[in-house]
Design a protein around this ligand. Structure first.
Ligand code: CUA
Length: 156
């Protein structure tokens, strides 16, 4: 097929616009994936059950008295499924995924982390009100996405 010069210019412009668009999307997705507080490191998603701390998911009290909650996201739930933590204590959530990208979003708080296979994300939070908090997945992850949730029980 023969392309006129005019068409070539438009084609080049289209490709250029696409590259710009993809760069912008890529950069913003990258930024959203970052959780500034606490830093991050990597983990082999196929070896979670033999890699600390994911070999022992759940609530752990640290030596300084604060708490760490280790959770693994997967289609379509969180491991462990039930968590009980005390109010007015510093709690650091440490999360990763064993399959696809999910999120760990505690409703009515500022805890909203990406849960990414191969990546470990942290977020520290102190619940000042006891109660039951809903955790939901904000990243579309498949058929069961809308049912992917769990609860955190915060006790006095
Ligand atoms: Cu997991 Cu959406």
């Amino acid at each position: 097929m023969h392309l006129h010069k005019f068409e070539k210019i438009w084609l080049a412009f289209g490709v250029f616009a696409l590259i710009i668009f993809l760069s912008v999307v890529g950069v913003s997705a990258f930024q959203q994936g970052h959780t500034p507080a606490g830093g991050q490191h990597t983990v082999d998603p196929d070896k979670l059950n033999e890699t600390a701390p994911f070999d022992d998911p759940g609530v752990h009290q640290r030596e300084d008295g604060s708490y760490e909650v280790v959770m693994i996201g997967r289609a379509f739930g969180y491991n462990p499924g039930e968590i009980k933590i005390p109010a007015n204590e510093e709690v650091t959530f440490t999360v990763t995924s064993e399959d696809v990208v999910h999120s760990f979003t505690i409703v009515d708080t500022n805890v909203n982390m990406m849960v990414v296979p191969g990546q470990v994300n942290h977020k520290t939070y102190t619940f000042d009100q006891p109660g039951t908090y809903l955790v939901i997945c904000n990243e579309y992850c498949g058929n069961g996405h809308h049912f992917m949730s769990t609860e955190i029980e915060v006790v006095e």
